[in-house]
Design a protein. Structure first.
Length: 248
């Protein structure tokens, strides 16, 4: 899908597109959302105080999302070592000045160059990891071993339904449809806007063999099974990181 096709569909966005040009296009493929409820009191000390923890019916949530990522910067060819690699995120949901978004505790990537660039230009907590995403028919086996850390993830997952879009106002929509990320340095909050068409969601099943990603971030996941969603592919446009106070 071309950038112009992505930008053509904007009715679902909670706010207008940024006025400046986007800087990067990414393709997220074979993505699994795993969501667990986590007590607000456990998350609050881990998130900068200017950010509000976003909740649904009084509950806060953690997501772990393994997927395959392809990217290119606007106006540049694909760059060796960072055009395609596996990625795995650990995140929660926050809001700042009324705009809901995503806050990352960690992002694992299978590219050293991508880790350096994301830390340098987006101030995100990226880590280099030994990663593999293998497909076997409808099933995907994903492994992540963070270098110089005990963070691990190993699971097999698959889609279990047809494709749908989340209905506005539902819990599913609240979890999935978010159009910016937040990060910080010292006491300054930064935001990067993103845009994509509504998520093409499917129900999913997953066998988790190992998962210490959240634990390394000082988050204890509950013993209950996570809520699962699968997405085959989504094309995403990303804008540069800016001070959130200056963009309102």
């Amino acid at each position: 899908m071309s950038p112009s096709e992505i930008l053509r569909v904007v009715e679902h966005r909670p706010w207008q597109l940024p006025s400046e040009p986007w800087v990067m296009m990414q393709i997220w493929s074979n993505l699994l959302f795993l969501h667990w409820p986590v007590p607000y009191t456990e998350l609050r000390p881990l998130i900068p105080s200017p950010l509000q923890i976003d909740t649904f019916e009084g509950r806060s949530w953690i997501a772990i999302t393994p997927f395959d990522l392809s990217l290119r910067a606007r106006g540049l060819p694909s760059l060796p070592g960072m055009s395609r690699f596996p990625e795995l995120n650990c995140r929660t949901y926050v809001a700042f000045k009324g705009r809901p978004g995503v806050y990352f505790f960690s992002l694992d990537a299978g590219s050293r160059v991508a880790v350096w660039a994301a830390r340098r230009f987006y101030r995100l907590p990226y880590f280099y990891s030994k990663m593999r995403l293998k497909s076997d028919g409808p099933e995907f086996t994903y492994s992540c071993r963070r270098v110089e850390s005990t963070a691990r993830f190993n699971a097999t997952y698959r889609a279990e339904s047809g494709v749908r879009q989340a209905r506005p106002g539902t819990f599913e929509h609240w979890l999935i449809e978010r159009y910016c990320l937040y990060t910080h340095r010292q006491r300054t909050i930064y935001r990067a806007d993103i845009h994509h068409r509504p998520w093409p969601l499917q129900d999913a099943s997953c066998e988790i063999r190992e998962n210490t990603i959240a634990k390394v971030a000082a988050i204890e996941l509950p013993p209950e099974r996570p809520i699962l969603h699968f997405a085959r592919e989504l094309a995403v446009l990303i804008w540069r990181l800016k001070e959130a106070q200056a963009t309102e």
